[in-house]
Design a protein around this ligand. Structure first.
Ligand code: NAD
Length: 499
């Protein structure tokens, strides 16, 4: 049995807490490794190393830090296949999907190569007589991030790349379900020239997270995961006086207008609803066709597409559309929600129940499900399913459709499919959701924009990556300087007026 470790001060270190978690192979249900679960002493050790190395790293000119990012990008490219294979084995997603997970992280590292430009301050010449005023962005010190299982490469990179580029040290607590790729990323960035102790990976569960939240030397917390935990992390981090940004769960709608290209909308729904077994925070889990005719056409086009989906292990290569869900508990929760959906009166038009794969009977595979006639009161609508289950909520008009999405407690992503520019523009302006797709089903912004939802999908103000990340991982200092120093005689007892 493989024994995983932490990555502390440049070495793989066995855990000392005596507590371990199981890392499963979701395709077989077997335990493939044990991961140590850290205690507060191990967090404290990592913080000590981070504090030692961070000032030297911050003192380096930003271009030299950017060069480390540049080398890290080329190492990621060189190692993408082996990283993807490890990722698929622990997460269960297909190899192309795993490579995409790494690629979308890599793109944020690429953006961070622009650190010298992004960290440039502001300057006002002659703000007063002999007075200049300038502001600079300085790193926070030791920063930390807590990440979810569903993007074990991308989300850690979204956090640690900008943090390091800004001159911070970073302690990553990845998901205990798939911790191997984060450990490999820490090794690769050291090969790229980052000093030991700058990026450390501490594996663990709530005990490690609480120790991070309470540690007085950790300045900021980034969190991505489910909404109840995001709310907890936000409240605790605020209580301990830390800068914090938390990104939570989602329930993403796709409005399909009567004038939409229904084939295009059906293809988009299949990819975004069932890709990665529905375990994406930007997955579309609710289709909202406008008018019964649109709904009937859409359902008719969806059924054969969904029935054709191939479910299997990543080792089957390109023959597979999606893999297993992450754990037996996740599978059970999804299956229970499907039963509740049926009992509450939704119509199951594609029934994936009882799905079994020969040779993988103990894997966490779930067949694809499609519900029609779902209402907003049903649990299958109200809960984030995070599985291969698409619900259809029929709306009688555009206004009803937009209000369904607006009234939902989550606000991560949303999409509209239409050929009408007027409707699309009105929708983009009025909808209270952070990321909007127009004829695009998974509107994940690229690295140089920012990523973040609204409502219960977010706690905090600044978004992930893009310019916001450089604000989150730095603080502004503004200097007002007078040269020559003695222009005015005597003391000043009022706020100086910049004449
Ligand atoms: P999760 O909330 O269970 O776990 C996330 C992290 O929190 C993990 O590192 C875990 O160890 C830790 N954690 C779990 N329980 C904890 C507790 N009681 N106290 C302290 N820490 C705890 O989420 P998950 O199942 O790993 O990921 C799936 C969720 O993440 C979904 O809800 C999905 O929508 C969300 N997600 C959101 C985004 C986004 O950008 N909004 C992106 C990806 C995933």
């Amino acid at each position: 049995m493989e024994q995983l470790s932490h990555y502390i001060n440049g070495s793989r270190i066995s855990g000392s807490s005596g507590r371990y978690g199981d890392v499963l192979n979701p395709a077989t249900g077997e335990v493939q490794a044990h991961v140590p679960l850290a205690n507060s002493q191990e967090i404290d050790n990592a913080v000590t190393f981070a504090k030692t190395v961070q000032p030297q790293w911050a003192a380096m000119n930003p271009q030299r830090r950017a060069r480390v990012m540049m080398k890290f990008v080329s190492l990621l490219e060189k190692n993408i296949d082996s990283l993807a294979e490890v990722l698929s084995r622990e997460h269960g997603k297909t190899l192309p999907d795993a490579a995409g997970d790494i690629q979308r992280g890599l793109e944020v590292v690429e953006y961070c190569i622009g650190a010298p430009q992004l960290l440039k301050g502001e300057f006002t010449d002659s703000a007063g007589p002999g007075i200049d005023m300038y502001s600079m962005r300085q790193p926070l010190g030791v920063t930390a991030g807590i990440t979810p299982f569903n993007f074990p490469a991308m989300i850690p990179m979204w956090m640690f790349a900008p943090s390091l580029a800004c001159g911070n040290a970073f302690i990553l607590k990845p998901s205990e379900r798939d911790p191997s790729v984060p450990l490999m990323l820490a090794e690769l960035i050291e090969q790229a020239g980052a000093p030991k102790g700058l990026l450390q990976v501490i594996n663990g569960d709530k005990e490690a997270v609480d120790a991070i939240l309470q540690h007085p030397e950790i300045q900021s917390i980034g969190f991505v995961g489910s909404t109840p935990i995001a709310a907890y992390i936000y409240a605790q981090s605020s209580k301990y006086g830390k800068r914090v940004q938390c990104f939570g769960g989602a329930k993403n709608h796709m409005i399909v207008m009567p004038d939409a290209d229904i084939d295009q909308a059906a293809d988009a729904l299949v990819g975004s609803g069932y890709g990665a077994a529905g375990e994406r925070c930007m997955a579309i889990s609710v289709a909202v066709p406008v008018g019964d005719e649109t709904a009937n056409q859409l359902i008719e086009k969806l059924i054969p597409r969904i029935e054709k989906l191939k479910v299997g292990p990543f080792t089957s290569g390109n023959d597979v559309d999606y893999g297993p869900v992450i754990t037996a508990d996740a599978k059970k929760k999804i299956e229970q929600l499907v039963e509740t959906g049926i009992n509450q009166g939704a119509k199951l038009v594609v029934d994936g129940r009882g799905f079994k794969l020969q040779g993988y009977e103990n894997g966490f595979f779930i067949g694809p499900h499609l519900f029609d006639h779902v209402t907003t009161e049903m649990d299958i609508y109200k809960t984030e399913v995070f599985g291969p289950v698409l619900s259809t909520v029929r709306a009688d008009s555009y206004e009803t459709a937009i209000n369904i999405a607006m009234d939902n407690e989550f606000g991560n992503g949303v999409a509209i499919f239409t050929r009408d520019g007027d409707t699309a523009r009105d929708f983009a302006n009025r909808i209270n959701v952070g990321m909007v797709g127009v004829n695009v089903p998974i509107p994940v912004p690229l690295a140089y924009h920012t990523f973040g939802g609204w409502k219960k999908s977010v706690f905090g103000d600044l978004n992930q990556h893009g310019p916001d990340a450089f604000k989150f991982y730095t603080r502004t200092k503004t200097i007002t300087a007078r040269w020559p120093s003695g222009i005015k005689e005597g003391g000043e007892f009022t706020i100086p007026i910049m004449e």
